[in-house]
Design a protein. Structure first.
Length: 331
């Protein structure tokens, strides 16, 4: 059986096997060369060396000597970094004098690009650790019912409960389809504090607004880039948009409100009818309403059967004639 490669590490992270062999060499004064094959790090890090009188033996370097060598190497690296800092300062100092007041302030003060899930989650966590009043969230369904969602929801639960424990408030907007996803329902059932959730047929892309002072939103399609926004005008716009969507939304938690059907047409079918009249494809309708395309087609078929439609074009005409959308607007 092949032996797995030995992991690379420094002296400060000396592996367990290497430490045991080094301690043994210190006690016994030497090791057979073959004994150290499972921990080549001891030779690489200079903790063992071949004996002068017998190359088949390895002798330990005294701990005090090894420590001195490592500290000396560390001091050399620090000196190199300081020289690098001085070189950078010498390079940019005349350039900063040259640009003067004509350059714009650093964009990081109001807008910062975050790259990768680790950096994004860290920035959100830091902002929530400093939160004292209110968290506003918009969470589209995308990715919520995947296996990967469990870890994401668990991280969100810990962050949410921490701010609720400080007396803060959380308001979250979802698509209506998420009210039937058990992982979302369980998330709220496990929280204790002032947390509310509402649903809409359609929501915007993901949005997090903390204390109406900092916001986070996606910067690309796959969510690996995000924008951290701190500009007051942008924050005010995003918070106002959230407030208006919130007033239009239907409560999901702590008390769920069921939207009524009108003349046998469900709220979901009315939402689909609206998008059909606008001329969207089944795929676009499914994406915008947070459902899979098969489910969307089932609802479209039921709507067509209820209105007696025999074609897609006729369905749009019959929806307009039926008054379904008019009743939705004025109910």
């Amino acid at each position: 059986m092949n032996t797995p490669p030995h992991p690379h590490h420094g002296v400060a992270e000396l592996c367990a096997q290497g430490r045991q062999l080094y301690e043994r060499a210190l006690r016994e004064g030497h090791l057979a060369a073959g004994d150290a094959e499972t921990a080549p790090c001891l030779l690489d890090l200079g903790l063992l060396h071949p004996a002068v009188d017998d190359m088949r033996r390895l002798e330990p370097v005294a701990p005090a000597v090894a420590l001195h060598r490592q500290l000396k190497a560390t001091a050399a690296r620090i000196a190199d970094e300081r020289r690098h800092e001085e070189q950078l300062a010498a390079l940019f100092e005349p350039l900063m004098r040259l640009t003067g007041s004509r350059t714009a302030p650093a964009e990081s003060a109001s807008l910062r690009v975050l790259s990768g899930n680790e950096q994004i989650n860290q920035a959100i966590t830091v902002a929530m650790d400093e939160m004292r009043e209110e968290l506003l969230c918009i969470q589209p369904r995308t990715g919520l019912d995947t296996e990967r969602a469990a870890a994401t929801i668990e991280l969100a639960r810990r962050r949410d409960q921490a701010v609720l424990d400080r007396g803060c408030r959380i308001r979250t907007l979802y698509q209506h389809t998420t009210r039937h996803i058990q992982i979302i329902i369980s998330h709220y059932e496990l929280l204790s504090g002032d947390a509310e959730a509402r649903g809409l047929d359609e929501v915007t892309d993901r949005l997090i607004v903390v204390d109406r002072t900092v916001a986070f939103l996606p910067a690309n399609e796959d969510g690996t880039l995000a924008l951290e926004v701190r500009h007051p005008a942008l924050i005010a716009f995003l918070a106002t948009a959230f407030d208006r969507l919130w007033r239009l939304a239907t409560p999901m938690y702590p008390e769920a409100v069921q939207r009524p059907s009108l003349n046998g047409v469900t709220p979901r079918q009315r939402a689909i009818a609206t998008l059909l009249v606008e001329g969207h494809t089944d795929a676009v309708i499914a994406a915008r309403l947070g459902m899979n395309i098969r489910t969307a087609r089932v609802h479209i078929a039921k709507l067509a059967a209820g209105l007696g439609s025999e074609s897609r074009a006729q369905l749009g005409y019959l929806i307009g004639r039926s008054g379904i959308l008019d009743r939705e607007e004025h109910r």
